[in-house]
Design a protein around this ligand. Structure first.
Ligand SMILES: Cc1ncc(C[n+]2csc(CCOP(=O)(O)OP(=O)(O)O)c2C)c(N)n1
Ligand SMILES: [Mg+2]
Length: 330
């Protein structure tokens, strides 16, 4: 399937599709890492392994005209929102068929046709962009919402505080989702941040806020549905802190030797894929046999995608100078 809102809409009320998309993201990230290690990907990559429930949970709740500002750790969110694996991988591998023509790479996935706002590597940079989109919706009297997803580290950045303040005072239809994956680069967040629950920072802005288990897609959806409803009906912004865990290192070859022993294993017990699988089996929607089949189909699909991308053309030097300036008609 190409980049399309239909791909996002396929998640609406389809629990098996949530699991399927989470499997796709997991395999996509696994193979991206291998391609990076083998030298097929230049630059760097930041994987979201362990954080799939948040990505798919968000995409499954939003309507097709809602928009999202992600971060450089945004492969999963982009795939969940409707970017195809082909378009995302081609972008990461610098191919002309990528969503930004291969000029942006892993950290700059974006596609307005599926509501992915421009992504930057600047921590907290997506927050004012999402608030700006929300302001546009408010001025145009539309009922759409904007979502900003950012890390725990971003809550120490000026843009976080300025955006929360403005969004609160103007009652913007924006939802702030802090993906607290315990680490900011190579530091555990308690070393850089004096409080445990980051969502309480929104109290200073008189903004509704809560923490949730970000490893469980059902919990993510319930919290987001309430925040989206508030935003759509003029109630203003909400800050949701999703407690997750970064299963991989920060980027590239980081093996995360700074993690306390046993911490990863403890969080892996709550692997979002495992949690979703348990829900689906308990509800009688999936069996172990069906899950095994889905896993092998996903592996085959991503392998076929890699093959295609490897044969795709690279952008030309001339392409670098396209889309830099917009000519004014006046
Ligand atoms: C404004 C800014 N300051 C510093 C950096 C360097 N930097 C890159 S990643 C990172 C850690 C961010 O951690 P977090 O917000 O928790 O996101 P995560 O990587 O965990 O998803 C930092 C400080 C940056 N990119 N931008
Ligand atoms: Mg973090």
């Amino acid at each position: 399937m190409n980049n399309s809102v239909e791909r996002r809409s396929a998640l609406k009320d389809n629990e098996v599709a949530w699991f399927e998309r989470m499997l796709e993201i997991r395999e996509f990230e696994k193979q991206t890492n291998l391609l990076f290690a083998s030298g097929s990907i230049r630059g760097t990559t930041h994987l979201c392994v362990g954080q799939e429930a948040l990505a798919v949970g968000i995409a499954s709740v939003l309507n097709k005209d809602d928009v999202v500002a992600a971060t450089y750790r945004g492969h999963g969110l982009a795939l969940a929102l409707g970017l195809s694996s082909h378009s995302a991988l081609a972008e990461i591998m610098g191919k002309a068929t990528g969503c930004a023509g291969g000029l942006g790479g892993s950290m700059h996935l974006c596609d307005s046709s599926v509501g992915i706002l421009p992504t930057s590597a600047i921590i907290g940079g997506g927050m004012p962009i999402a608030a700006g989109a929300a302001l546009a919706f408010q001025i145009q009297k539309k009922s759409n919402v904007a979502v900003a997803v950012f890390g725990d580290g971003a809550t120490n950045i000026g843009a976080f505080h300025e955006t929360l303040n403005l969004a609160a005072i103007w009652k913007l239809p924006v939802i702030f989702i802090c993906d607290n994956n315990v680490y900011g680069e190579y530091s555990r967040f308690n070393i850089t941040t004096p409080i445990e629950d980051l969502h309480t920072r929104a109290d200073s802005y008189d903004m509704p806020n809560l923490k949730i288990d970000g490893m469980d897609i059902y919990t993510v959806r319930t919290a987001l549905e309430a925040a989206v409803e508030r935003a759509r009906t003029g109630g203003g912004p909400t800050l949701i802190e999703a407690k997750t865990y970064r299963f991989s290192g920060h980027s590239r070859a980081d093996t995360a030797p700074y993690r306390p022993e046993g911490e990863l294993a403890e969080w892996e017990k709550r692997d979002p894929l495992k949690v979703t699988q348990e829900h689906l089996i308990a509800k009688g929607l999936l069996s172990s046999e069906k899950i095994a089949k889905m896993i092998s189909e996903t592996e085959e699909f991503i392998q076929a995608t890699i093959k295609k991308v490897l044969n795709d053309p690279e952008p030309t030097v001339k392409d670098m100078f396209k889309n830099i300036l917009a000519e004014s008609k006046n």
